[in-house]
Design a protein around this ligand. Structure first.
Ligand SMILES: Cc1cc2nc3c(=O)[nH]c(=O)nc-3n(C[C@H](O)[C@H](O)[C@H](O)COP(=O)(O)OP(=O)(O)OC[C@H]3O[C@@H](n4cnc5c(N)ncnc54)[C@H](O)[C@@H]3O)c2cc1C
Length: 382
């Protein structure tokens, strides 16, 4: 294990895509953070995700964050010096009730007002033109944004952590933070691998473990872990290649992955837990919805499946900002959108930490919004 320094300007706890993005953006801004990851970089939720990057959300802030992240991912190679494996294949949302269509129409109107110009509302026939293999007998319509798509979680995370190191960040794997020390209402140190590192600034980027890390500092962080599954088919191609396609009613989604299809769906009955074992019984449930929407999947065989954890906040929005404990910041609770939000949020939070005004107002993400009665729910969650 690498020796830890006795002090650091800033300690970031958690080296998933969020912590690595923050470490990079801070180091680039002239702060030299110490990034501590208890496993390998990117081995938590980041390694289990579907790689979706979208701008189609129901709240303005998430649309703005999505647009900035897309821009950063488009420039990733030039800026960070590594590929983000960005594929702008688009996101297609498919609605099967009038209520869902009304919600999508409201979303599109807001997205246009925010400046997301290429998203459009579709009729049932237009949905079928994009993915001809879909069963559209119960479909009312949908939305499509061609500048949404997919990117590589491993590529983005390793790109950020390597660039952070080059810019002077101290990045350490295999060391767990065991304690956080406070002096009355201010954070003063972390203890990791038996070493005390004094610091005036700690950022909690522990993903689904954000509440556990918060408790070390005596701060209640309202983030709960929920298991989510993904299944990969054996070789199975659709012609033309489908965009990321989401069935709004069931949350079933699919996209091309290598020479197969990646299939996902959330389970509203799933209780909060840290369990990441695969429940193969859930696959049957998913297949039922999947083959209704895409009957051709009856011919597909499942090659593998895995489960990971969403890190869910009470309103499905991230928690970004200083907590009630001075110097203890939160950057967590991304509620299943952390990969796509990490580029923008890492940059915006680094700007704030260095004392400047960030280009997007992060007020809706502030951790004290629940106490203020000012939370806005994000409903476009998968
Ligand atoms: C099945 C599935 C599909 C998903 N699909 C998408 C998608 O398409 N698009 C999208 O944007 N998001 C998706 N997500 C969500 C996304 O993966 C997460 O939001 C994102 O990875 C969160 O990143 P993170 O860095 O906050 O968390 P993590 O990657 O979990 O990183 C947190 C890190 O903190 C470390 N840690 C915890 N405690 C300590 C400690 N005490 N000391 C040191 N280190 C500690 C952990 O080891 C971990 O590596 C999906 C998630 C799942 C499970």
């Amino acid at each position: 294990m690498a020796a830890l320094p006795p002090s650091a300007e800033c300690v970031i706890i958690g080296g998933g895509v969020v912590g690595c993005s923050l470490a990079y953006h801070l180091a680039r801004a002239g702060v030299q953070p110490l990034l501590l990851e208890r496993g390998d970089f990117g081995s938590g939720s980041t390694a289990r995700g579907a790689g979706g990057v979208r701008q189609q959300f129901a709240t303005e802030i998430n649309v703005r964050i999505g647009m900035l992240s897309r821009q950063l991912l488009e420039n990733f190679e030039a800026e960070v010096g590594a590929t983000a494996d960005l594929r702008l294949v688009g996101y297609l949302f498919v609605a099967s009730s009038d209520e869902q269509m009304e919600q999508l129409a409201r979303n599109v109107a807001m997205q246009h007002a925010v400046g997301l110009e290429d998203v459009r509302l579709l009729s049932c026939e237009q949905v079928a033109e994009i993915v001809p293999q879909l069963n559209v007998e119960d479909v009312r319509g949908g939305t499509f944004c061609p500048s949404d798509g997919l990117a590589g979680p491993n590529e983005v995370t390793s790109g950020y952590v390597n660039a952070a190191r080059r810019h002077g960040a101290h990045v350490v794997e295999g060391v767990a933070v065991e304690a956080i020390e406070r002096d009355r209402d201010r954070v003063v140190a972390v203890v990791a691998g038996g070493t005390r590192v004094s610091t005036p600034l700690v950022v909690n980027c522990a993903g689904p473990y954000a509440a556990t890390v918060g408790a070390m500092a005596g701060v209640e962080v309202p983030v709960k872990p929920f298991r989510r599954h993904l299944f990969l088919t054996e070789r199975f191609t659709l012609d033309p290649h489908p965009p990321m396609t989401v069935d709004v009613a069931t949350s079933f989604y699919l996209h091309t992955e290598g020479d197969g299809l990646l299939l996902g769906m959330s389970d509203p009955a799933e209780p909060s837990s840290f369990d990441t074992t695969v429940d193969w019984g859930f696959l049957e449930h998913l297949v039922e919805h999947a083959t209704h929407r895409l009957p051709a999947l009856e011919r597909a065989a499942i090659k593998t499946g895995w489960a990971g954890l969403y890190e869910v906040s009470p309103d499905n929005q991230a928690l970004v900002g200083e907590s009630e404990l001075a110097g203890f910041w939160l950057c967590c609770g991304f509620s299943g959108h952390g990969f796509m939000q990490a580029p923008a949020v890492g940059r915006l939070l680094a700007t704030e930490i260095t004392g400047a005004q960030s280009e997007i107002d992060l007020t809706p993400f502030r951790p004290d919004r629940f106490a203020r009665g000012a939370s806005t729910r994000e409903d476009a969650v998968i």
